[in-house]
Design a protein around this ligand. Sequence first.
Ligand SMILES: Nc1nc2c(ncn2[C@@H]2O[C@H](COP(=O)(O)OP(=O)(O)OP(=O)(O)O)[C@@H](O)[C@H]2O)c(=O)[nH]1
Ligand SMILES: [Mg+2]
Length: 439
Amino acid sequence: MFDDLTGRLNQVFRNLRGVGKITESNIRDGLRDVRRALLEADVNLDVARDFLTEVEKKALGQEVMKSVQPAQLLIKIVYDELVTLLGGQESRLMTSKRPPTVYMIVGLQGSGKTTFCAKLGRMLKTKGKRPLLVAADLQRPAAQEQLQVLGDSVSVPVFRGETKDPVVVCEEAQKRARKLSLDPIILDTAGRLHVDDELMRELERVRAKTEPTEILFVADGMTGQDAVNSARAFHDRLAFTGSVLTKMDGDTRGGAALSIRSVTGEPLKFMSIGEKLEALEPFHPDRVAGRILGQGDIVTLVEKAQATIDEQKAAELEAKIRKADFTLTDFLDQLRQIRKMGSLTDILGMVPGMSQKMKNVKVDEKALTHTEALILSMTPDERERPKILNASRRRRIARGAGLTVQHVNRTIQQYEQMLTMMKKMRKGGPGQLRRVLGG
Ligand SMILES: Nc1nc2c(ncn2[C@@H]2O[C@H](COP(=O)(O)OP(=O)(O)OP(=O)(O)O)[C@@H](O)[C@H]2O)c(=O)[nH]1
Ligand SMILES: [Mg+2]
């Protein structure tokens, strides 16, 4: 999606990783490269400048100077600023207190309005709404038919009027929706190759008559600065309330995505990532920032894991598992780490492809206290060589912890389960375990 930009930014961070201690001058070099990367991605000049001012302010602060890993901190600062630039929080669609809610979809020709209308209709339908699509593009002869075909394929009704005036069509559609309790209605309006006055007047008339709850501007994500300029023009005339980025499945340089929010001041609401009608996502600034930095959804996991797991320990543990000498002491360590992180199943659920494998492994988190007591009541030799735990040793351990032999057996069983699971994970590839453990 943002391959070029991602590659360039990662190069900047790699260069910085080479330097041991951060100085003002190598930070400035890094920032200059970030700036170049943004401009190559066709990010608006003002946007890039403001962005860098913020990053610089934070990067030259005390924190980075004292930090052991300057490159990592810079990544974090750039990530946080990207999230802010993209709008911070996810922005949801508003609904009207007086149904039907009206969503008016506007944008240049070929930007993906009609496709988006059908996608939005489909998405809202899966959420239990009863949307109505309205064919309000009466410029292009085939436009109504196109919406009809798309609507049919997602089983969302389409309203087509008899007249040549889109304002009348939209009014009739509103009446129809009220009568049939359809809500919301989604207006697919006409596009033009360029912003022109005639089109704007038509859209202003539709807006005046239908009083949309939201006006969404559809921007072709592939077009960079052009999309930003037309966004500005549409916003000046129509005061739209949010933007949608389409064709994000192509090799967009990212300029439109990174600039539109800042230039218009309106939130990004959706992102369209393919021609298929399911290919629509609510816009999550944090996830998109993660993708731009090339870290995907793994960012969440890494942050969570890094907060609690000692990386050194994780690496040691991985080495042990590799050599298959994962002992009860390690098991205890591991259980304590997991307890700090939340449930094991949750954590592993975030790793792509892992949740299936982990389904049968259950860690009873309430029993952790028992387990801890039991392991602590073993001799060091027993912890390192669980094989020697015969019946009499088990009885002694149980007594020592004030628990029963069943408790001891269960703990050893859990340990063995974990051992098996780790062996399985080892087969999943070398990087996998380290990622899970936050290394
Ligand atoms: N790859 C890809 N193609 C898309 C996406 N969204 C729309 N398209 C394609 O872009 C082309 C134009 O889409 P439309 O939805 O017709 O665009 P429009 O804005 O309604 O165009 P006009 O009605 O002519 O103004 C179509 O071929 C769509 O299939 C997307 O997210 N990814
Ligand atoms: Mg269209």
